[in-house]
Design a protein around this ligand. Sequence first.
Ligand code: CA
Ligand code: CA
Ligand code: CA
Length: 424
Amino acid sequence: MRVVASGLEGPWEVTYGPDQQLWVTERSGKRVVRINPADGTKTVLLTIADVSVTFLQDGLLGLALHPDLLRGRAADFVYLSFTYDAAPGPEVVSRLAIRRYRYDERAHTLVEPLDVIKGLPAYTDHVGGRLVVGADGKLYLTIGDGGSNFGQNRCRPNRAQELPTEATVTARDWSVYEGKILRINFDGSIPTDNPLINGVRSHVFSYGHRNPLGLVVGPGGRLYESEHGPDTDDEVNLIEAGRNYGWPNVAGFRDDKTYAYSNWSASSPEACASLPGRGAVPPSVPTQQETSWNHPQFTPPLRTFFTVETGYDLNRIGNATIAPGGVDVYTGDAIPGWKNSLLVLSLIRGAVYRLPLAADGRSVKEPPAELFRTTNRYRDVALNPDGRTIYLATDPSGPNRDPSGVANQKLANPGSILEFKYGN
Ligand SMILES: [Ca+2]
Ligand SMILES: [Ca+2]
Ligand SMILES: [Ca+2]
């Protein structure tokens, strides 16, 4: 392991560019930096003044490079996702946006901002914001459920199962996009071949997501995603058009283990706001077993971290979760046995989990192997095309957990890019 760069303000996306440089967003620093992986030299390409940072999940988030960047095809474009304040005045009304910039290769700056889409939902928890360009030349963006029906937001109805109508699409009311993965044309419009869901075509590609923080394009153009479960059942999913990934009716598999959907906002006759936030779920809150809900498009995960039996000790931090960050697919030949493996990052455990994919990419062959364990929170990953070199971005702060489940706030390499190299 080698520290490539440190002192970064929340590195959130790290992408290996066609210029053999690392392209990094700094979430709270509101900057895009280009880092030379050989010597750690940083060049600030852009600072976005109107990025809004209000808590530990929002700010400057995703970055996706146009497939023709630096190929002389007049498409030197970089796409960024970020939160901004949509209301004038002191109150912050957070929304998510995608903006395009052109990379000026000579000046090493990002210029000519053009908003692709604005007004997407962002709330005070579970923002999402991971952005990729699919093999089909469309933008894919993850949006979290806003933390609705959970913690401080438990009285806010969860909308991950709610679908756009013709009326909301016509009104450009994107608020219903909480808990969705979107598929978007480069100009922000709705692709004409997006799935019809309940008879409506919108930006929605898939739905029923909780806190999707990882998204990557794998072999065959298949999309793999990672998302946080509640206190069990973090998921790794194969994302396909029009599918329903279950949240909040199902966490992980439809197995009635540990999780049942208690809809706090529907509490009656006692209003949710009058209920205590701790302790057992009060009887006024309707609670539904996973198997009492069924949906023809329900799609279970490829793998959970972790599905445990009812009664398992969930009081120790991260006992049945890894809190997944970014995800990537290793497709090289250099590391024996690794070809076509998913690499899933953990925030809470400071580790990377390698999941070997079956030949058709539609299932995971073996249990995960744990790699690169350090006292850090791994936020995102990039792979060098040499197949030997893996870059990991680390959070500047936040909880980590030692193997016995004791929480630890002191991180070994906060706000850094770490390199792990195979062999030599
Ligand atoms: Ca990445
Ligand atoms: Ca799910
Ligand atoms: Ca379950």
